[in-house]
Ligand binder design. Sequence first.
Ligand code: SF4
Length: 428
Amino acid sequence: MNSSENQRSRKTLACTAEATAFQKRFGQDLRRRVIDEGEPFAIVQADTPHEIFHAMDIPIITNQWWSAYISAKQLSSRYFDAMVEAGYPANSCKYCSLGLACTLANEPETAPWGGLPTPTVLVARLTCDCIQQVFGQWSQALGSEFFPIEAPAWEDKDPDWFAHSKSDWERVYQPDRIAQMVREMRDLISLLENRTGRKFEEARLHHLMEQINVQEGFIWEAAQAIGAARPCPVSIAEQMPNTMIPQWHRGSDWAVAHARKFRDEVLERIAEGKGAASNEKLRLMWIGAGVWHDPGFYQSMEESLGAVFVWSMYMPFAGPAYIRDIKGKPMEALASRVASMNETLHLPPWMNGWMTAEAARCGIDAAVMLLPPDNRLSQSGTKLTAIALEAAGVPVLMIDADMVDAKIWDHDRMVAMVSGFLAERGLA
Ligand code: SF4
């Protein structure tokens, strides 16, 4: 599998260690609340309205975080084997189903937290053909229930959605899609109130939405500074935890304060002319989810080739995907945030429109695109996005690999593939 050990990432910012320490404490606290004290909790997809749960103080486990957590512990192969032994096809998609695989393997001795207890509800948007199967069967295996949220078609094909999403969200995300999502969020709130006894207050959500605008504003400011700076002060290996850990806690006092701290450290490094690499020559774009089983991969060509991964979707997404003029309508503004999260990241024309604009904004020299062999949705807009980037003068390398399944990942082979591609294109 690996000709050399998958590698940890190097930390240059003080706030990165603080973020991972906070998430570790959060994990321990969540474990105490849901395992030891039996508090109600929910398992949710990343593209669902987390703000509703935060506003009701109901703990959530985000499926993509749990999947990355299991993968980072190098446990994915074991659980995917258990899924095949249970009769599932070996080419089942991976990212969303690793949590289900862990539950089906039923190995408390190896599973993080000894495995998850029964949640109050599992929530996912029906963004692909597989998700209702994954969440439906997982809720059965856990003895809970699945609350599906529709993913209605998006007829307003504005490739420049990102330039209009903050103030013109009613038009960009379509009033009927927003109304549909608000109806479903109100149904979800009723279910949560009935099952947990917790009360939903719209004023609390409104405040949270304002706090989230502040938080994402700091992250977007840092993203714009990184795009313009030469050399790049912070590689994606550190951009991702400093963006996503606050994202899981968005709007909380800790998340807002951490986003500000991160922004400040980035601006400080830029002012001091500090780079992620000692001799930056190439600015790379990573397209796709993070490779959670080998976070050190992104930094592995910094010293050898001066090749720095400057861009991944997580940090710049904070601006156009999250910031909203609330206009006295927090539920509708939230619905517009959630209603197209996956579509803008994975489907044309929104994916290629945004990523081509981002490549220009950040002065990208080449892009590396993750093609998870068995994932339907994350495959969708990749080829058209690669064509759009190449047409814009950005060479693209597509690699068959998975964000959580380490079985098909070989660190040295991947580094050699990227280096070879850069040489072939006359960039290294
Ligand atoms: S295809 Fe992708 S998005 Fe759909 S359930 Fe599988 S991993 Fe998740």
